[in-house]
Design a binder for this molecule. Structure first.
Ligand code: G3H
Ligand code: ZN
Length: 283
């Protein structure tokens, strides 16, 4: 069933588990995510980015997610991932997204707040929750030196201020996470996460979770993360499975035969993530 992300993430926040937010670009990925959620009886967010919208068109992906959501009996939210503009947010609301991220984190603080507030006002008017993100700029200013690692991290006091000023529903934090595959093992800053979690009373979001070892994901959930974003590992399962299948069946031209194993492989990835996020059986 189709729901907004608000009830999903507040239940996770109160009960100490995280809901998976998985990116889709096509029918096959959507099938894999929804089949995994149904098999694991897990609530789930299916995320669509601006790039996915450029690829598939504005209406197609939310349409298939909404249809599939009707066919399963676990709660599903359709989330705009890293919404880059007010205009795209409005378009997403028009075609049925039930969860919005407005990512203005590259802008200076006041502009980030202003952009987020504008979106919050519109989204809340139609009952749709909003995720926002705050980042830090590296370099040195006066006596304050921000190392490269610290430069990417969310400051706990700034998070509190941002939540108060922005009026949004979920906060994406930077605690050593990054998009795409990591060079070497990532090391999440759990002390920083604890400080943010202690001060901020909205569900917290971890982006860039592909490639973070399971034990650190488990710990992140125990330390207060309620939504976890996965894209790269799904893409990797898709691409490697298709490549392998075509190498073994060079004459195959039936897309159903070529893509079927990839759906299974992506479903396995999503099921495993649901297990380690603690959301299996929560629907
Ligand atoms: O917003 C989407 C993500 O944060 C996914 O990150 O590609 O590293 O899994 P990932
Ligand atoms: Zn992200």
């Amino acid at each position: 069933m189709l729901v907004t992300s608000k009830e999903l993430l507040w239940d996770a926040h109160k009960n100490g588990y995280a809901v998976g937010a998985f990116n889709t670009n096509n029918l096959e990925i959507t099938h894999a995510i929804l089949r995994a959620a149904q098999a694991k009886r897990a609530p789930v967010l299916v995320q669509i980015s601006a790039g996915a919208i450029r690829y598939a068109g504005l209406e197609f992906l939310p349409m298939i997610v909404a249809k599939e959501a009707q066919l399963v009996d676990v709660p599903v939210a359709i989330h705009l991932d890293h919404g880059p503009s007010f205009e795209l947010v409005m378009q997403a609301l028009r075609v049925g997204f039930t969860s919005i991220m407005r990512d203005a984190s590259k802008l200076p603080y006041e502009q980030n707040v202003a952009e987020v507030r504008k979106v919050v006002e519109a989204c809340h008017a139609v009952g749709v929750p909003v995720e926002a993100e705050i980042g830090r700029i590296g370099g040195a200013e006066e006596h304050v030196v921000v190392t490269d690692r610290e430069a990417l991290m969310s400051d706990p006091d700034e998070c509190v201020q941002f939540v108060n000023d922005g009026g949004f529903d979920f906060l994406a934090v930077a605690i050593g996470n990054a998009h795409g595959f990591y060079k070497g093992e990532p090391k999440l800053d759990f002390d920083r996460l604890d400080a943010i979690h202690a001060k901020v009373n909205v569900p917290l979001v971890l982006h860039g979770a592909s490639g973070i070892p399971d034990y650190q994901i488990t710990k992140a959930v125990q330390h207060g993360i309620s939504k976890i974003n996965i894209d790269t590992e799904i893409r990797y399962a898709f691409a490697t499975t298709v490549r392998k299948y075509l190498a073994e069946h060079p004459d195959q031209i039936d897309p159903r035969k070529i893509l079927g194993p990839a759906i299974d492989a992506m479903q396995a990835v999503v099921e495993h993530k649901i297990e380690i996020f603690g959301s299996a059986g929560k629907a």
